[in-house]
Design a binder for this molecule. Structure first.
Ligand code: ZN
Length: 169
């Protein structure tokens, strides 16, 4: 027998062509990269010769999607604080739910670990993150007479640019 099974949903016929053997909506969902139910239905409705798929009355829960949507536990509160003022700064970039009047779409927040004081800057683009970081560092140096020793941020792409990486070294 020349045909062989690939995964649970695809087979190769005698001509070497792949074809699907799924008949359930959940199988198609998994086979097509966990696409949404709405997109799956559109695919079925708008694709010529799409095989007949049984659509259940209640949507089955996909374990993979359910796991992917679970919120991770918050980190436990830290019991230690920076000793010097502005020694350690936590920062994060957030997207606003709507674009503000001056076309600000993001804001960056700086938290002084020692005091807990916060500072925010509105940004039009994510790429403005570097400018905001330099402006905050200058503020701390000039207005507060302090030097930032450490920055703490997540692995967001805005902090991974070549210029930010080079500036932090
Ligand atoms: Zn899924």
């Amino acid at each position: 027998m020349l045909s062989s099974l690939i995964g649970n949903h695809m087979k190769i016929n005698l001509c070497g062509q792949l074809y699907y053997v799924c008949s359930r909506l959940l199988d198609w969902h998994k086979c097509l990269g966990h696409m949404s139910e709405q997109a799956s239905r559109q695919l079925m409705d708008n694709t010529k010769d799409f095989p007949c798929v049984k659509i259940p009355k209640s949507t089955p829960i996909c374990p993979g999607c359910a796991q992917g949507k679970m919120a991770s536990k918050a980190f436990p509160d830290s019991q230690s604080r920076a000793i010097a003022n502005f020694e350690l700064i936590h920062l994060d970039l957030k997207e606003l739910p709507m674009i503000l009047y001056h076309k600000y779409k993001y804001f960056i927040i700086f938290v002084n670990d020692q005091s807990g004081s916060m500072f925010t800057f509105n940004l039009q683009q994510k790429s403005d993150t570097f400018v905001a970081m330099k402006a905050f560092k200058a503020y701390v140096r000039i207005q507060q007479g302090k030097t930032i020793r450490r920055w703490c941020f997540d692995a967001g792409g805005e902090f991974k640019s070549v210029e930010v990486t080079a500036w932090l070294k």
